[in-house]
Design a binder for this molecule. Structure first.
Ligand code: ADP
Ligand SMILES: CCCC(=O)OP(=O)(O)O
Length: 380
């Protein structure tokens, strides 16, 4: 502690950026967002090969900005690559199951979070946590059912940012998150559109599995039979196809960049193909918002737009035309992931909330109804 305040350093490795921030209690005293060149990241064979670059970015920022980490209480990082789990704050240590699981996952750069904070804690001291990881799973059963009896849908997205945005919006109108029905739209390197029904994220696209709208670095939905044909064409490796779905599909595939500001400049300069792709993206996001409004049976208190792309005025103008009839649109462009990570760590440090230990046992263990296949037959 410093001056009776908890000191927490936050690390957020995203698909297009590394964000860091320093908090004293709920006061953010420093934040830096480093946007990486997507081609440079893709040149790394695995996500784990990105670690030295991301680590150097962070250590340079600490030294360039003379950040004082003395008396640090905790490091909090976005993590990922876990099985479906309940929401909350999870401990990270060098030999716990959570840490080991992220070492063995290559799905998204957020799996680097635990390694980064463990290294920082070795230098500066302090405990390590992650908060509401992307794998938090509160889906309703209808969301899980697919047309293949051995496959079920999982939730993988941005619950940290979704929930922090919903909580803050609820507070702004003197209500509780648990009293409202909200649609939260995270528009970042990955894109998720979720229906929050009285405090539970009951419907959300899995943005790492080709589900939902396309995104700067994700394919989104693509007809399955066409992908199957590509898989068996002897032209692509499994890794190449998976990468196109979850790492370099979407804007990167079509336009060679994940940078929306660059795409908007191209559109303004008359690039018709860039306009087609970006307008189709806006249409796909709007369509998913419509789907969420149906899930909530039309009782939608607000639609919250968040994430880096929500800063784009053109997108906000265009999307409004499709969705303004559903509910008020709340502009919360940017994100509250850093605040969500810091406040989770502080809740645990101050004993306002118990810390959880990750077990590696998935929260969903099969449908409860008579006649449903037993879980070992499913592949999530
Ligand atoms: N001012 C802006 N206007 C439009 N797009 C932006 C702006 N700032 C960032 N973006 C876009 O937002 C996306 C990254 O969003 P962000 O929420 O920071 O993502 P992540 O954490 O997933 O890397 C990128 O496509 C980036 O080009
Ligand atoms: C694992 C899903 C989280 C995600 O997609 O994050 P980014 O949008 O930061 O890539």
């Amino acid at each position: 502690m410093r001056n009776n305040k908890y000191v927490v350093f936050v690390v957020n490795p995203g698909s297009t950026s590394t964000k860091i921030a320093l908090f004293e209690n709920d006061q953010k005293i420093f934040q830096e967002n480093v946007n990486h060149d997507i081609k440079e990241l893709q040149a790394c064979r695995t996500i784990h090969d990105q670690l030295p670059k991301r680590m150097a970015t962070i250590l340079n920022a600490i030294s360039d900005h003379h950040l004082d980490l003395s008396g640090i209480d905790a490091f909090a990082a976005r993590a990922g690559g876990l099985v479906g789990l309940s929401g909350g704050v999870y401990r990270i240590t060098e030999n716990n199951t959570l840490y080991e699981t992220t070492l063995n996952s290559n799905r998204h750069p957020n799996v680097l979070g635990p390694q980064i904070v463990i290294e920082l804690a070795k230098i500066y001291g302090g405990e390590c946590f992650t908060v509401n990881p992307p794998d938090v799973d509160e889906l309703c059963d209808y969301e899980r059912v697919t047309g293949f009896k051995e496959l079920f849908r999982e939730s993988r997205g941005h619950p940290l940012n979704h929930k922090e945005n919903c909580i803050r919006y609820a507070q702004s109108i003197n209500k509780h998150y648990e009293d409202l029905n909200l649609i939260c739209v995270h528009l970042g390197g990955g894109v998720t559109v979720g229906a929050h029904c009285k405090g539970k994220l009951i419907c959300c696209n899995d943005c790492l599995s080709g589900d939902g709208p396309m995104a700067p670095t994700r394919s989104g939905w693509v007809p399955s039979s066409e992908i199957v044909k590509m898989c068996f064409s002897n032209t692509y490796t499994q890794e190449e196809i998976l990468n196109r779905i979850s790492k370099c599909g979407g804007f990167t595939d079509h336009l060679g960049t994940a940078d929306v500001q660059e795409i908007v400049k191209r559109i303004e300069a008359g690039d018709e193909y860039a306009a087609l792709i970006y307008n189709a993206f806006i249409y796909q996001v709007a369509k998913q918002i419509g789907a969420c409004s149906v899930v909530l049976e039309g009782h939608v208190d607000a639609i919250i737009l968040t994430g880096g792309i929500a800063k784009d005025d053109y997108l906000k103008k265009q999307i409004r035309k499709y969705i303004e009839w559903i509910a008020p649109i709340i502009d919360q462009a940017g994100e509250y992931e850093m605040e969500g990570l810091a406040s989770g760590a502080i809740r645990v440090l101050s004993k306002a909330e118990p810390v959880k230990e990750y077990t590696g046992i998935p929260i969903f263990n099969g449908f409860k109804c008579k006649g449903a296949p037993i879980l070992k037959d499913y592949k999530g």
